[in-house]
Write a protein that binds this ligand. Structure first.
Ligand SMILES: Cc1cc2nc3c(=O)[nH]c(=O)nc-3n(C[C@H](O)[C@H](O)[C@H](O)COP(=O)(O)O)c2cc1C
Length: 191
Protein backbone atom coordinates (compact mmCIF):
# COMPACT_ATOMS: atom_id res chain seq x y z
CA UNK A 1 0.00 0.00 0.00
CA UNK A 2 1.19 3.52 -0.81
CA UNK A 3 2.61 5.39 2.17
CA UNK A 4 0.57 8.46 3.09
CA UNK A 5 2.77 11.41 4.01
CA UNK A 6 1.75 14.80 5.37
CA UNK A 7 4.38 17.54 5.14
CA UNK A 8 4.01 20.72 7.17
CA UNK A 9 6.28 23.43 5.83
CA UNK A 10 6.90 26.11 8.47
CA UNK A 11 8.86 28.56 6.32
CA UNK A 12 7.31 31.88 5.34
CA UNK A 13 9.45 31.88 2.15
CA UNK A 14 7.61 30.22 -0.72
CA UNK A 15 10.64 29.26 -2.83
CA UNK A 16 13.33 29.24 -0.17
CA UNK A 17 15.57 26.54 1.23
CA UNK A 18 12.83 24.72 3.15
CA UNK A 19 10.55 24.60 0.07
CA UNK A 20 13.46 23.37 -2.08
CA UNK A 21 14.33 20.58 0.37
CA UNK A 22 10.66 19.66 0.67
CA UNK A 23 10.27 19.50 -3.13
CA UNK A 24 13.29 17.20 -3.45
CA UNK A 25 11.95 15.04 -0.62
CA UNK A 26 8.55 14.82 -2.35
CA UNK A 27 10.22 13.83 -5.63
CA UNK A 28 11.94 10.93 -3.84
CA UNK A 29 8.84 9.86 -1.91
CA UNK A 30 6.67 9.90 -5.05
CA UNK A 31 9.25 7.75 -6.87
CA UNK A 32 8.39 5.14 -4.23
CA UNK A 33 4.67 5.59 -4.90
CA UNK A 34 3.90 7.62 -1.77
CA UNK A 35 0.79 9.76 -1.53
CA UNK A 36 2.09 13.17 -0.38
CA UNK A 37 0.32 16.32 0.77
CA UNK A 38 2.11 19.59 1.61
CA UNK A 39 0.63 22.19 3.94
CA UNK A 40 2.23 25.63 4.31
CA UNK A 41 1.79 26.55 7.97
CA UNK A 42 2.74 30.18 7.29
CA UNK A 43 -0.25 30.68 4.98
CA UNK A 44 -3.07 28.97 6.88
CA UNK A 45 -5.85 31.15 8.28
CA UNK A 46 -5.84 30.82 12.08
CA UNK A 47 -8.43 31.75 14.66
CA UNK A 48 -5.89 31.54 17.50
CA UNK A 49 -2.24 32.27 18.12
CA UNK A 50 -1.27 28.62 18.42
CA UNK A 51 -2.54 26.41 21.24
CA UNK A 52 -4.45 28.54 23.74
CA UNK A 53 -4.36 25.80 26.40
CA UNK A 54 -8.17 25.71 26.65
CA UNK A 55 -7.89 21.94 27.35
CA UNK A 56 -11.27 21.36 25.66
CA UNK A 57 -9.64 18.65 23.56
CA UNK A 58 -9.11 16.67 26.77
CA UNK A 59 -12.84 16.60 27.49
CA UNK A 60 -14.00 15.11 24.17
CA UNK A 61 -13.74 11.57 22.82
CA UNK A 62 -12.19 12.55 19.50
CA UNK A 63 -8.57 13.43 18.96
CA UNK A 64 -9.47 16.87 17.64
CA UNK A 65 -8.50 20.50 18.23
CA UNK A 66 -11.75 22.34 18.95
CA UNK A 67 -10.59 25.58 17.27
CA UNK A 68 -12.37 25.65 13.92
CA UNK A 69 -9.87 27.08 11.47
CA UNK A 70 -7.61 25.92 8.66
CA UNK A 71 -5.24 24.14 11.06
CA UNK A 72 -8.00 21.88 12.42
CA UNK A 73 -8.19 19.53 9.37
CA UNK A 74 -4.38 19.48 9.21
CA UNK A 75 -4.23 18.17 12.77
CA UNK A 76 -6.89 15.61 11.95
CA UNK A 77 -4.92 14.52 8.87
CA UNK A 78 -1.91 13.85 11.15
CA UNK A 79 -3.89 11.03 12.76
CA UNK A 80 -4.64 9.46 9.35
CA UNK A 81 -1.24 9.37 7.61
CA UNK A 82 1.70 6.99 7.99
CA UNK A 83 4.32 9.73 8.23
CA UNK A 84 4.28 13.32 9.44
CA UNK A 85 7.11 15.49 8.13
CA UNK A 86 7.83 18.87 9.66
CA UNK A 87 10.05 21.24 7.69
CA UNK A 88 11.48 24.44 9.08
CA UNK A 89 14.28 26.96 8.80
CA UNK A 90 16.36 27.38 11.97
CA UNK A 91 15.14 30.53 13.70
CA UNK A 92 17.24 31.44 16.73
CA UNK A 93 18.16 27.80 17.39
CA UNK A 94 14.59 26.51 17.24
CA UNK A 95 11.80 25.95 14.70
CA UNK A 96 9.91 28.84 13.11
CA UNK A 97 6.99 30.33 15.04
CA UNK A 98 4.82 29.53 12.02
CA UNK A 99 5.50 25.81 12.48
CA UNK A 100 4.92 26.03 16.24
CA UNK A 101 1.44 27.49 15.59
CA UNK A 102 0.45 24.05 14.28
CA UNK A 103 2.81 21.90 16.33
CA UNK A 104 1.60 23.07 19.75
CA UNK A 105 -1.97 22.26 18.75
CA UNK A 106 -0.88 18.61 18.50
CA UNK A 107 -1.79 18.71 22.21
CA UNK A 108 -5.26 17.72 20.94
CA UNK A 109 -3.85 14.47 19.56
CA UNK A 110 -3.17 13.07 23.04
CA UNK A 111 -5.44 12.08 25.92
CA UNK A 112 -3.88 12.24 29.33
CA UNK A 113 -5.22 10.69 32.48
CA UNK A 114 -2.98 12.28 35.06
CA UNK A 115 -4.54 10.36 37.96
CA UNK A 116 -3.87 7.02 36.28
CA UNK A 117 -0.61 8.35 34.82
CA UNK A 118 -1.55 7.27 31.30
CA UNK A 119 -1.35 8.83 27.84
CA UNK A 120 -2.98 7.67 24.63
CA UNK A 121 -2.33 8.94 21.13
CA UNK A 122 -3.20 7.84 17.60
CA UNK A 123 0.29 9.04 16.60
CA UNK A 124 1.80 5.85 18.00
CA UNK A 125 3.55 3.73 15.37
CA UNK A 126 3.82 6.52 12.78
CA UNK A 127 7.01 8.06 11.41
CA UNK A 128 7.87 11.60 12.50
CA UNK A 129 10.45 13.27 10.27
CA UNK A 130 12.18 16.62 10.41
CA UNK A 131 13.68 18.58 7.53
CA UNK A 132 15.60 21.65 8.68
CA UNK A 133 18.21 24.03 7.35
CA UNK A 134 20.32 26.81 8.76
CA UNK A 135 22.57 29.56 7.47
CA UNK A 136 25.39 28.46 9.78
CA UNK A 137 26.62 25.20 11.22
CA UNK A 138 25.44 25.95 14.77
CA UNK A 139 22.16 24.98 16.42
CA UNK A 140 20.51 22.33 14.25
CA UNK A 141 21.23 19.72 16.92
CA UNK A 142 19.38 21.93 19.37
CA UNK A 143 16.44 22.33 16.98
CA UNK A 144 16.26 18.57 16.48
CA UNK A 145 15.86 17.76 20.18
CA UNK A 146 12.18 18.64 20.76
CA UNK A 147 11.19 16.75 17.60
CA UNK A 148 13.16 13.64 18.57
CA UNK A 149 11.85 13.69 22.13
CA UNK A 150 8.26 14.22 20.92
CA UNK A 151 8.61 11.22 18.60
CA UNK A 152 9.98 9.09 21.42
CA UNK A 153 7.26 10.21 23.83
CA UNK A 154 4.56 9.44 21.25
CA UNK A 155 5.89 6.04 20.16
CA UNK A 156 6.80 7.36 16.70
CA UNK A 157 9.91 6.51 14.71
CA UNK A 158 12.10 9.60 14.26
CA UNK A 159 14.17 10.50 11.20
CA UNK A 160 15.78 13.78 10.16
CA UNK A 161 17.54 15.63 7.39
CA UNK A 162 19.52 18.56 8.76
CA UNK A 163 21.27 20.90 6.33
CA UNK A 164 23.85 23.26 7.82
CA UNK A 165 25.48 26.07 5.85
CA UNK A 166 22.44 26.25 3.57
CA UNK A 167 22.93 30.00 3.14
CA UNK A 168 20.17 32.50 2.49
CA UNK A 169 16.79 31.52 1.06
CA UNK A 170 17.28 29.71 -2.25
CA UNK A 171 21.01 29.13 -1.82
CA UNK A 172 20.66 25.50 -0.71
CA UNK A 173 20.47 24.67 -4.44
CA UNK A 174 24.19 25.54 -4.66
CA UNK A 175 25.23 22.98 -2.02
CA UNK A 176 26.77 19.86 -3.55
CA UNK A 177 25.12 16.54 -2.72
CA UNK A 178 22.10 17.89 -0.83
CA UNK A 179 19.57 17.23 -3.59
CA UNK A 180 20.66 13.58 -3.62
CA UNK A 181 20.40 13.40 0.19
CA UNK A 182 16.90 14.92 0.19
CA UNK A 183 15.75 12.59 -2.62
CA UNK A 184 17.12 9.59 -0.72
CA UNK A 185 15.41 10.78 2.47
CA UNK A 186 12.12 11.06 0.57
CA UNK A 187 12.57 7.55 -0.82
CA UNK A 188 13.33 6.20 2.67
CA UNK A 189 10.26 7.77 4.30
CA UNK A 190 8.13 7.02 1.23
CA UNK A 191 8.90 3.30 1.19
C1 LIG B 1 14.20 35.12 11.78
C2 LIG B 1 15.38 34.32 11.31
C3 LIG B 1 16.18 33.70 12.23
C4 LIG B 1 17.26 32.91 11.81
N1 LIG B 1 18.05 32.33 12.75
C5 LIG B 1 19.11 31.58 12.34
C6 LIG B 1 19.97 31.00 13.30
O1 LIG B 1 19.79 31.13 14.51
N2 LIG B 1 21.02 30.29 12.85
C7 LIG B 1 21.27 30.09 11.50
O2 LIG B 1 22.23 29.42 11.15
N3 LIG B 1 20.44 30.62 10.58
C8 LIG B 1 19.38 31.37 10.96
N4 LIG B 1 18.54 31.92 10.02
C9 LIG B 1 18.76 31.58 8.60
C10 LIG B 1 17.82 30.48 8.08
O3 LIG B 1 17.62 29.44 9.04
C11 LIG B 1 18.36 29.82 6.81
O4 LIG B 1 18.76 30.74 5.85
C12 LIG B 1 17.31 28.87 6.22
O5 LIG B 1 17.94 27.96 5.33
C13 LIG B 1 16.25 29.65 5.45
O6 LIG B 1 15.23 28.78 5.01
P1 LIG B 1 14.00 29.38 4.14
O7 LIG B 1 14.58 29.85 2.83
O8 LIG B 1 13.03 28.27 3.96
O9 LIG B 1 13.40 30.50 4.94
C14 LIG B 1 17.50 32.73 10.41
C15 LIG B 1 16.68 33.39 9.48
C16 LIG B 1 15.64 34.19 9.91
C17 LIG B 1 14.78 34.90 8.88
Amino acid sequence: MAKRILIINGSPIKNGNTATLVNWFVEGARLKGADVEIVNAAFLKYRSNGCISCRKCQKIKEYLCVIKDEAQPVLQKMTEVDAIVMATPLYFYGPSAQLKLVMDRMFSLYKWDNKAGTMKTPLKGKTFALIASAFEDVGLDNLEKPFAITADYSGMKFKSLLVANAGESGEVKKLAGIKEKALAFGKQVGT
